[in-house]
Design a protein around this ligand. Structure first.
Ligand code: SF4
Length: 418
């Protein structure tokens, strides 16, 4: 925790990188006795406020997150001493490491008082969370996995639904059921996890009952900078628009980033000569427990999400990236995007879209690699899309890309027949 405040007497606003994960995290906090709520969706005021207090050099997620928390600070009921924001962060060369410093400066300048941030950090795999609330890392992981699963089910069913809106409704109801089960808790951890799995099973059945069309749509992997690819406001709802243009999306989820944080932590310990240490043992055990818990939560969706499974070993994704971006020397989404593109190609995708904020170093590096990667993968279509908060001709670009993906699919089907 970065701020010395008692959360038990504080209103905690959870930042919605994705609405599902934020709703899940808010339910976790409430289960732990904290008055938590999700920050309302971003809008034009978000962009205007973010732009007013930045120079234009900052990346889009920084403007959006700043604008959203300023909207809360401008509410008549805002009280600096009794309000905090829950916001994941990281250190290092990426500008993400500078977000909170800027937020604090703007809050001071605007007379909003000392900004209170509860900021779990990438560097310790977000484990500092557990110092004050022992159950928080575990419950937080369940919230991430559950919300990822619901989102995957939504993307799996919505493109084929016969009744418009049916999949969105199943998703919303499923998320509410999941959050209620999270908040209700249970006498033991095992029972709590079982309760969450039961809530997900109910939703998996709801999805399975939705009438769907038989249709062969191009399957498009979505990779890229984590905030922009997951935050529908930042990426102008790219996945929904891709579906309207005739595609199905396979989105790289939040869980992938947690596995990556675990991997980086283990690699860092090894570099420090602590390959055999209590810290390494703790990291490995945690990884094992997280994997087991994930399997429990995945179980109800195994049928619906057949063919859309994530790899059980992030090492495979990182090894895929090695010929282009060695994971020991490079870090960040660029490694995951390149490695995941190979994984998606090998698992039946017909193209990949890499989503990034304009001027993001992750997109710039991976975009430079994609022509070679595409050649190595039999001309697999890969497209980088940048967003800067302004409307773009996205539908036209998506339609063109889907044509490429259809062409690739046809060629690979002919190749398989001959
Ligand atoms: S990854 Fe890119 S967009 Fe995200 S914070 Fe870093 S520079 Fe900004």
């Amino acid at each position: 925790m970065s701020a010395p405040l008692s959360l038990r007497t504080t209103k905690l606003w959870v930042y919605p990188m994705t609405d599902g994960a934020a709703q899940g995290m808010a339910a976790v906090w409430r289960a732990l006795g904290v008055d938590a709520e999700v920050i309302p969706p971003s809008d034009t005021e978000t962009l205007a406020l973010g732009a007013r207090h930045t120079s234009g050099d900052e990346c889009l997620p920084q403007r959006i997150t700043l604008g959203d928390i300023l909207k809360i600070a401008r509410r008549p009921d805002y009280s600096p001493g009794r309000t905090a924001f829950f916001f994941a962060t990281a250190t290092g060369p990426c500008r993400f490491g500078q977000y909170i410093a800027l937020f604090r400066q703007v809050f001071k300048e605007q007379g909003f008082g000392e900004l209170q941030i509860v900021a779990p950090n990438f560097d310790d795999s977000y484990q500092s969370l557990g110092r004050e609330f022992a159950d928080l890392p575990r419950l937080g992981w369940w919230a991430v996995v559950g919300s990822d699963l619901l989102q995957k089910a939504l993307h799996r069913v919505r493109p084929y639904e016969e009744i418009p809106g049916a999949a969105d409704r199943a998703y919303q109801e499923g998320l509410e059921t999941f959050c209620r089960a999270m908040e209700r808790g249970a006498p033991s951890r095992r029972q709590h996890l079982a309760g969450l799995a039961a809530a997900l099973a109910e939703t998996a059945e709801r999805f399975a009952r939705i009438p769907v069309r038989e249709e062969a749509r191009p399957l498009i992997g979505i990779v890229g900078e984590i905030f922009c690819r997951l935050n529908t406001f930042s990426n102008q709802d790219l996945i929904r628009r891709l579906e309207r243009c005739g595609g199905e999306a396979w989105l790289s989820d939040i869980s992938e980033w947690i596995w990556y944080a675990n991997d980086c932590e283990a690699r860092e310990l090894a570099l420090q000569g602590r390959r055999i240490s209590f810290a390494m043992l703790g990291a490995k055990l945690r990884d094992r427990v997280q994997r087991d818990n994930e399997h429990v939560l995945w179980h109800p969706f195994r049928k619906l999400l057949r063919g859309r499974e994530e790899t059980d070993s992030l090492g495979e994704v990182l090894e895929n990236a090695r010929p282009y971006l060695p994971p020991d020397g490079v870090s960040g989404e660029m490694v995951l995007s390149v490695g995941k593109a190979v994984h998606l190609w090998a698992h039946g995708a017909h193209g990949v879209i890499d989503i990034n904020p304009f001027s993001c170093m992750n997109g710039i590096v991976s975009e430079a690699i994609y022509p070679r990667l595409s050649r190595d993968l039999e001309c697999f279509p890969i497209k980088t899309v940048y967003f800067d908060g302004k409307p773009t001709a996205l539908d036209r670009d998506l339609e063109i890309f889907l044509e490429l993906a259809r062409g690739y699919r046809m060629q690979s089907e002919w190749g398989n027949q001959s």
